[in-house]
Design a protein around this ligand. Sequence first.
Ligand code: FAD
Length: 376
Amino acid sequence: MPRPAPLIENAVIIGGGIFGMSTAVQLTRMGVCVTLINDGPLANGASGRSLAWLNTARKRSLPYHRLRQAGMERYRVLSDKYPDADWLCFGGGLTWDAEGDKNEIAEVYRYERNLGYEAHLLSGADVSTTVLGVNGASVGDSGAILNPNEGWVELPVLIGLLADEFRAAGGIMITDAGKATPLVHEGRAVGARTASGETYKADVILMATGPAVPAMAAAGGISIADGTPTAVLVETQPVDHPLRAVLNTPRVAVRPTQTGAFFLDSGWPEDEVTQRADGSYEVPDWVTQGLLDEAQKVLDPRLDLKITNVHFGPKPIPGDGDPVFGQLKELPGCFVAFSHSGATLGLIMGELLAEEMALGLRHTMLESFRPERFAT
Ligand SMILES: Cc1cc2nc3c(=O)[nH]c(=O)nc-3n(C[C@H](O)[C@H](O)[C@H](O)COP(=O)(O)OP(=O)(O)OC[C@H]3O[C@@H](n4cnc5c(N)ncnc54)[C@H](O)[C@@H]3O)c2cc1C
């Protein structure tokens, strides 16, 4: 059966991160004329400085788990299409907690097994022999969980590939355009206006502006709770190291990259970030050095790692932790995409949002994630 014809002719997408680009391509594949507007170059937001661990590890609601699993499946299909890609890797994920009352490893392992999510509980000694590049001695007595189906992606590379397809299919890309705003007429979103005042009319629009979504919604009187912190992502120099898995350890997350460098991330440095008068961010040296030291402890062989770059910026996280997807009830014609785990969800959400925007569908899979849950 052929795909249903779209009910709309054109769409405007504000935001050139993974959600905007992925939805733009899906709409174009459906025959919709799409204009994508980004303030700077593509992938200049969270998608350009993401750990981008593809996973549905740990305890989440069942709807969130299912959505993330669908997200991971889409990457599996993509990896079949690009079997030699060095920007997409399914090397597994390894997680352990600090020892003590808050250690959840046994509970999380049971939870994941109950859902049928592939998980193996390993001792430190098992880790040393099973997971290449990890120092098993750094794993506590509660052990670690290996999720072999997990992986990582270089979002800027993926966004670049999607952008190539988008342009080749006739999509209009406007980058370095400053802050765009939705164009509203008689209570409905009818397009977008760029910072220089140019207007682009459309049947529907998508606000895929990452951490800027809550403020843009608030400008229209619509509430979306925001829990966005300022994240720190440390990049090391490229090294020759066997690690392929993503590591989530008590004080550092480590993932290999396309260039052979490591990305290092954790929650605790977020508390140490300060903003300078010019808007840029900084952390004391002991914070970046702390991430580096923690990474050196968990890697085997241990390396003399050096920092080549520190990436700062908001990590989009809705106030209740769950994604926010779909049409704004208060502003028909305007859809939003605002989520943590946007790397994992990037491809699946492009598909689902495009179908909701173009075909007028309301996917059951997204019912828990509607923006109206924040309405007072
Ligand atoms: C340090 C870090 C670690 C992460 N780790 C993971 C992980 O391990 N796994 C995972 O799945 N996810 C992870 N994430 C989250 C994931 O990267 C994000 O959810 C995802 O990249 C968000 O994509 P987006 O398209 O919503 O936003 P963005 O990538 O921020 O894109 C939004 C774009 O819109 C532009 N923009 C904003 N306002 C306007 C405007 N008014 N007009 C025009 N353009 C505008 C921005 O400049 C930007 O280019 C992490 C994020 C960070 C920062």
